[in-house]
Write a protein that binds this ligand. Sequence first.
Ligand code: SF4
Ligand code: SF4
Length: 385
Amino acid sequence: MAENYRVLSGYKRFNQKNNGLMRVVWDPALKSCGERENRSIRAYLENDVPGFTRRDWAFDAATSTVVSAHGTRINRPNSGLTVWEDLDVRYNRTVPPDVGAFDASDPAETRRTVEKVARFLGADLVGFTGLDERWVYSNHYLPGTDENPPVEIPEGCNQAIVMGVSMDYRMFRTAPTAIMMTETHKNYSQMAAMVASMAQFIRTLGYRAIPSLNDTALNVPLAVDAGLGQPSRLGTVITPEFGPRVRFCKVITDLPLEAAKKSVDLGVIEFCEECEKCAEACPVGAVSTGPRTTEGPNISSNNGVLKWYLNAEKCRHHFAHVATNCGICFRACPFNKGRGVHHAIAKWMVKLRLRFLNRFLVWLDDRLGYGEQKDPAFFWNGRGS
Ligand code: SF4
Ligand code: SF4
């Protein structure tokens, strides 16, 4: 069984300022992206391109509402719904803090309680892990102020509750379109409400909680450590339930969960070694080919970890070109499937980690036309794809 990742000695925590999305704000190499993106949107509208019509953009704006309104930001810590302090929820009741303390003496029971709440709030996946400090950003980046303050997690907050929300298979098969991007933004809006609510639950129990979307710590290794999936060539987590079609968020807390790191083995690493469908599908060569390495192509690479590195510069430039978060690599991935016994059988075959079988499955995936773009108008026309 291949290791999910290996961290070299001398590894340095990643500075959020160097994240490809943050660099659009300050780095001359990527600064033109925002303007180019707006030009692309205008051109789509002028030409009435399916998947990028006003109706599609309006839908995307609608799904972005919760995560973009009232100060909440996907990549900014301690903002709007993701503030680190009590949200001062007023609902006509006062729960006195000094009586009826929550019994947190049994971490396994507490984990079960938290998982129930997470599922109720809409999480499709829930995992727990001790917070590995290596995955905490060294510094936040605060666009607008250009500040780059160090990340300081309150003492004792060393547990992470990792929650995943799946994205719709059919929407993602239209990638790269605005209609696909609605699925991403609906997901972030849902997660913003979810982490805020989970944090408020924990605070009301009497503990500290930091709700976080893409800020503060890296979601991919946290989700891997929580046993929710394996890292992949395209840089995201492949989960048993939804393949790469999941986004993650987390709540960092001092609630005693005593969660140990877990490791799940679906055969993803060995499969990715044979399959390069995401790399072949990427229009700009941002996904690496060949074996895993410990160094990436530019300052957006979190060097010192054995993994496949994405070229975030190329990827971000392409985002600007298509005016969306692209998603072609997700669409192309053989793990991106809907439900079905035949898919369950294929996943079982992948677990055998046989090179010839993996090659056969990649070949079959191609032959059956999985990964090809589907009609972007299906959602409005009421047709499945
Ligand atoms: S999102 Fe698009 S540009 Fe970025 S790596 Fe995937 S396919 Fe390439
Ligand atoms: S497309 Fe293939 S190589 Fe890329 S992440 Fe999916 S399984 Fe791995």
